[in-house]
Design a protein around this ligand. Structure first.
Ligand code: SF4
Length: 197
């Protein structure tokens, strides 16, 4: 954990998750970027933990964000989905969950779910409805492309609601068709934390 996050805070994080559960937060979603050779040996344990506590686990394929050309540990989640399905007797989720890119399977009793987010092995850009607004007023139109729109100057200059609406419409028109993580793995120099997940 320390190697991935830069700090040794596992117990604090587990305490926080359990405090959330005790306080009645539901659902609780836990994201795990599955990385070959780094944490792929912990995926089953994470699934067991989430199933035991009735949480939603979302497994995510590593993307080359903040790319420097080094191996990001991309791991195709397809075979892992097959293995976890058999191991935990998972079924396709009866109802749509979340409205996001994850494809969910759930346990027989429906208490826990595992979602698979597969931007690399099966990209879902054709149905993407996501844009991300950063704290400095930059609207990023795609995780995997550089298109962005700066709202800070408009906001600082006291733009009206109509002007902001027009700007949002202009920005949305900039939304790229898809990422090029495979074709150009060193293209995006922003780290994921700069854009937001
Ligand atoms: S890479 Fe861009 S278009 Fe594709 S799903 Fe992510 S944000 Fe949407």
């Amino acid at each position: 954990m320390e190697k991935i996050t830069g700090r040794d805070s596992l117990n604090q994080i587990l305490d926080g998750i359990m405090a959330g559960k005790a306080a009645g937060f539901d659902p609780i979603k836990i994201n795990m970027v599955a990385m070959r050779g780094i944490n792929d040996g912990e995926i089953d344990a994470m699934a067991e933990f989430c199933i035991e506590h009735g949480f939603i686990l979302r497994l995510i394929e590593a993307m080359p964000m903040g790319a420097t050309g080094q191996d990001t540990g991309f791991l195709d989640l397809g075979p892992i989905r097959t293995r976890l399905t058999q191991k935990f007797g998972l079924k396709p989720q009866a109802a749509e969950l979340g409205g996001g890119p994850a494809r969910y399977l759930s346990t027989e009793d429906g208490r826990a779910s595992i979602g698979f987010i597969t931007p690399m092995s099966q990209h879902f850009c054709a149905t993407c409805n996501r844009v991300r607004l950063s704290v400095d007023g930059t609207l990023y139109l795609c995780l995997g492309q550089e298109e962005k729109f700066e709202f800070r100057p408009l906001l600082r200059d006291g733009a009206s609601d109509a002007e902001l609406e027009a700007a949002i419409r202009t920005a949305i028109e900039l939304k790229p068709q898809k990422h090029e993580f495979r074709e150009q793995p060193t293209k995006i120099v922003r780290f994921m934390s700069q854009t937001g997940g």
